[in-house]
Design a protein around this ligand. Structure first.
Ligand code: SAM
Ligand code: SF4
Length: 323
């Protein structure tokens, strides 16, 4: 399936719930969130059916996200069912890792190939300031467990000005001890994120280079997205930078998103898309759903325009969209 700009759409991110067991300040408000009701979110059966249709249209890779995907009951069985869909080559997930250590063996057995664990600090106090709870030990325990099982593991950190600047080097240093990719993601001014200031990738590279001898990493192994990588000399892991704000990568975007309430989102930045849940529950057959998806893909925006006035700009929070 191609979009209106000729980009091949092969990557689907599914938000399986808008609920979360943390409250990262740039993602979700501390209190007063109104979660979707049980009837509003897609059932597993609906997610699997839509993924099958998308696989028929050329989607090859699925990332399960949220909210926090591990808080959805029986999440492992969803992983198993999606892994079995003809055409889907890889199922991975993004998680805060709090419940993951225990769940990892079953998820691995169900077909999960990799996990991105979000961890914005190694210091519990700073971690708690950002997320509202302690979780460093649990997230690192999950990392070790997933590595031991043979999963591909990446750690994601969103650097926030005045909040976790001191944590960036310690996080990057994990690549000296573990074969993981530690990636720094520029904060996007979406939802709660608009109230914070991110740190540009080049500035982070400068901070790290002052302490570490870093080399561009020419190895493209496992590089399926927009990250660029460097490596500390002799380190088993890599340090990655994802720069949606200072290094726009929209021309190579190959992804679409399904929100937990079944809206097919064409771009993180824009509210454009179609309410697939309504079509699905209205009795649409596979042919009609396929035509609707392929037609919507043609409307995928060419790129994001953060910082500019745009009536189609997304107003949903990241926990609803899935990041
Ligand atoms: N709960 C899971 C987690 O935290 O990994 C999955 C969902 S979370 C929305 C997915 C990713 O989006 C996390 O790595 C989080 O740090 C990132 N994120 C949330 N809000 C963001 C923002 N405004 N800008 C950039 N990344 C953001
Ligand atoms: Fe929850 Fe992930 Fe959002 Fe943090 S970033 S509040 S862990 S959904």
């Amino acid at each position: 399936m191609k979009d209106g700009s000729g980009r091949k759409i092969e990557y689907l991110r599914v938000s399986v719930t808008d609920k979360c067991n943390l409250r990262c300040a740039y993602c979700m408000p501390k209190d007063g969130i109104c979660s979707l009701s049980h009837g509003e979110i897609l059932t597993f059966e609906e997610i699997v059916r839509l993924t099958r249709i998308l696989a028929d249209l050329g989607v090859r890779r699925v990332r399960l996200t949220g909210g926090e995907p591990t808080v959805r009951r029986d999440f492992t069985s969803l992983v198993r069912e999606i892994s079995l869909i003809h055409g889907i080559e890889e199922v991975v997930m993004t998680s805060n890792g709090l419940l993951l250590e225990e769940m990892a063996p079953a998820l691995w057995e169900a077909g999960l190939k990799g996990v991105n664990i979000s961890i914005d600090a190694l210091d519990e106090e700073v971690y708690k300031e950002i997320t509202g709870s302690c979780g460093v030990k649990k997230a690192l325990g999950a990392m070790e467990k997933c590595l031991a099982l043979g999963m591909k593991v990446k750690l994601n950190c969103v650097p926030v000005r005045g909040v976790n600047e001191e944590q960036l080097l310690p996080l990057a240093m994990l690549t000296k001890s573990y074969p993981v990719d530690v990636r720094f993601i520029e904060l996007m001014p979406l939802g709660c994120g608009a109230a914070f200031k991110g740190i540009p990738s080049e500035e982070i590279k400068g901070i790290l280079s002052a302490e570490l001898k870093l080399k561009e990493d020419p190895c493209k192994e496992g590089v399926k997205g927009p990250a660029t990588y460097v490596r500390g000399e002799g380190f088993p892991g890599r340090i990655g930078f994802i720069s949606p704000m200072t290094g726009k990568f929209c021309e190579s975007c190959n992804r679409i998103r399904l929100t937990s309430d079944g809206f097919l989102k064409l771009c993180l930045y824009s509210s454009k898309g179609i309410p697939l849940r309504d079509l699905l529950r209205g009795g649409a057959d596979d042919g009609k759903l396929k035509a609707a998806v392929a037609g919507a893909a043609l409307q995928k925006p060419e790129g994001h325009f953060f910082g500019e006035e745009d009536p189609e700009r997304e107003v949903k929070r990241m926990n609803e969209i899935g990041g």
